[in-house]
Design a protein around this ligand. Structure first.
Ligand code: PMP
Length: 402
C-alpha cells in the first residue's frame, strides 16, 4: 500500500516513532503548561465535614442541606427504595416519591406539570433539545449559564446570542422568523446575581409567537414572597408559552433538577428528551430530601425573605467600605477584584481568616472581570454576616476599593 505523504514536522514521519508507540495524550502536557502560564490551573479541594469555615461559597441558600428533616428524608428514602433509582425514568427509575415531588413542585411554582431529572444541567439540556431543533430559532442571553449554552449547541437549532438583559435585542432577533422560536434566559444570572427582565421578555415572545424558557435555578426558594421563584413572581408560571427549569441542588439543599410547564410540554419531554430517556432517574434519597426541603419551605416561607435580607446586608456593608458590588436581586453577591491573581489571593486570604468565598475569573467570566462570589444564606445571623463583611474588607487587595 502506498505511504501517505508526510510533512517534515510530522512526528509520525520516517524519523518519528511508529504510530503504535505514539502517546495520544502528549498534547495534554503543553495544554497544562499553557494553563499554568495563564494562571488557570484549578484544584479540587476536598472539604471536611466540619471545617469550621463560614461558608459563603456553596449554594445552600436556605440552610437546608443539613436540616434534620431533610437528611432524615434522604435516609428514609434510601432505606425504602435503595441507594440508586436503578434505571431510566422510563424503565425502573420512577418511584412514588418522584411523582409526589413533581406534583408538589408544580403546585408550589404555579405550573401545570413538572418532570424531575438527575440535575439542573440535564433539565436544561432536556428542555432545549426537545423543544427546539433544526429549523427553529433560539434567542439566548449572552450571560446565560453554561448548561443553557450547551443545550443550544446540542439542539442543532440556529442560535442567536443577544446582549445581556435586553428585551429589545430579543425582539430584533425574533423579528421576521416564521418557524418555531424560543427565547432562553437565566432568571437570576449566576455570576453577578442580577435579575432578567422576565415580564418584558414574555411580552416580546408573546408578540412574536415564541416560547420563553427560563432557568430559575437561583430563583427557586429565594425570589418572591414565599420563594416560589422568579417566574412565579413575574406572574408567568401558568402561561401557555412559558417553561421553567430549576435545580434541586441550591435552595432545596439536595441534588437533581426539574422542568416545569404546561402538561403537553412535559408529556413531550417524557417521550423525546434524551436526558430523560437515557439518563438514570434521580436517586430516591435526593428526591426525598428535595421533597422534605420543599415542604419545609412551604411551612417556613420567611426563609426566602431571610436570604434576600442577608444578601442585602452583605452588599450594603461591602459597598459602604468602598468595594464594588452590584445590588443583589437574589442570594448572589458579586464583588469586583482588580485582577484574576488578586481575586485568587483575596479568596485564599479570606479562607485563611476562616471564611470560604467563591472566586470567578476568566474564562468562567467572559467579560474579563474577576470577582469574589458570595452566596448569602437564610440561616446566618447578623453577627456572622458582619464578621464575613469585615473579613472581606480587611483582606481586600489594593485596587479593589473604588
Ligand atoms: N443553571 C444555573 C443558572 C446554575 O447556576 C446551575 C448550577 N451551577 C445549573 C443550571 C446546573 O444545575 P445543577 O448543578 O443541578 O446541574
Amino acid at each position: 500500500m502506498p505511504e501517505e505523504p508526510r510533512t517534515p514536522s510530522d512526528p509520525s514521519g520516517p524519523s518519528g516513532p511508529p504510530a503504535s508507540r505514539r502517546d495520544p495524550f502528549a498534547w495534554l502536557d503543553e495544554a497544562r503548561a499553557s494553563r499554568e502560564r495563564a494562571g488557570l490551573v484549578r484544584t479540587l479541594r476536598h472539604r471536611s465535614a466540619d471545617s469550621g469555615l463560614l461558608d459563603l461559597a456553596g449554594n445552600d441558600y436556605l440552610g437546608l442541606t443539613r436540616h434534620p428533616e431533610v437528611t432524615a428524608a434522604a435516609a428514609d428514602a434510601a432505606r425504602l427504595w435503595g441507594a440508586g433509582s436503578t434505571g431510566s425514568r422510563l424503565v425502573t427509575g420512577s418511584t412514588a416519591l418522584h411523582a409526589e415531588l413533581e406534583d408538589e413542585l408544580a403546585l408550589f411554582c404555579g405550573f401545570e406539570a413538572a418532570l424531575v431529572v438527575s440535575s439542573g444541567y440535564a433539565a436544561n439540556l432536556a428542555a432545549l433539545t426537545a423543544l427546539t431543533g433544526r429549523g427553529s430559532l433560539v434567542v439566548s442571553d449572552a450571560g446565560n449559564h453554561a448548561s443553557l449554552i450547551d443545550g443550544c449547541r446540542l439542539s442543532r437549532a440556529e442560535t442567536a446570542v443577544v446582549p445581556h438583559a435586553a428585551p429589545e435585542a430579543v425582539a430584533k432577533a425574533l423579528d421576521g422568523h416564521d418557524g418555531r422560536a424560543l427565547a432562553v434566559t437565566d432568571s437570576v444570572f449566576s455570576v453577578d446575581g442580577d435579575a432578567a427582565p422576565l415580564r418584558a421578555l414574555y411580552e416580546v415572545c408573546r408578540g412574536q409567537g415564541a416560547a420563553l424558557l427560563v432557568d430559575d435555578a437561583h430563583g427557586l426558594g429565594v425570589v418572591g414572597g414565599a420563594g416560589r421563584g422568579a417566574v412565579h413572581d413575574a406572574g408567568l408560571s401558568g402561561t401557555a408559552s412559558t417553561v421553567a427549569t430549576v435545580t434541586l441542588s441550591k435552595a432545596l439543599g439536595s441534588q437533581g433538577g426539574a422542568i416545569l410547564g404546561p402538561a403537553r410540554v412535559i408529556a413531550h419531554l417524557v417521550d423525546t428528551a434524551r436526558t430523560v430517556i437515557f439518563d438514570t432517574g434521580l436517586a430516591p434519597s435526593a428526591a426525598g430530601a428535595a421533597l422534605a426541603a420543599l415542604r419545609l419551605l412551604r411551612r417556613e416561607p420567611d426563609r426566602a425573605a431571610r436570604v434576600r435580607r442577608a444578601a442585602a446586608l452583605l452588599h450594603d456593608g461591602l459597598t459602604a467600605a468602598g468595594l464594588y458590588a452590584a445590588r443583589p436581586d437574589a442570594a448572589v453577591v458579586s464583588v469586583r477584584a482588580p485582577s484574576p491573581d488578586a481575586a485568587v489571593r483575596w479568596a485564599a486570604d479570606c479562607r485563611a481568616a476562616g471564611l470560604q468565598v467563591g472566586c470567578f475569573r476568566p474564562p468562567s467570566v467572559p467579560d474579563g472581570i474577576s470577582r469574589l462570589r458570595l452566596t448569602a444564606r437564610a440561616d446566618l445571623g447578623d453577627a456572622q454576616l458582619a464578621a464575613a463583611t469585615s473579613t472581606i474588607v480587611r483582606t481586600a487587595p489594593a485596587g479593589a476599593i473604588v
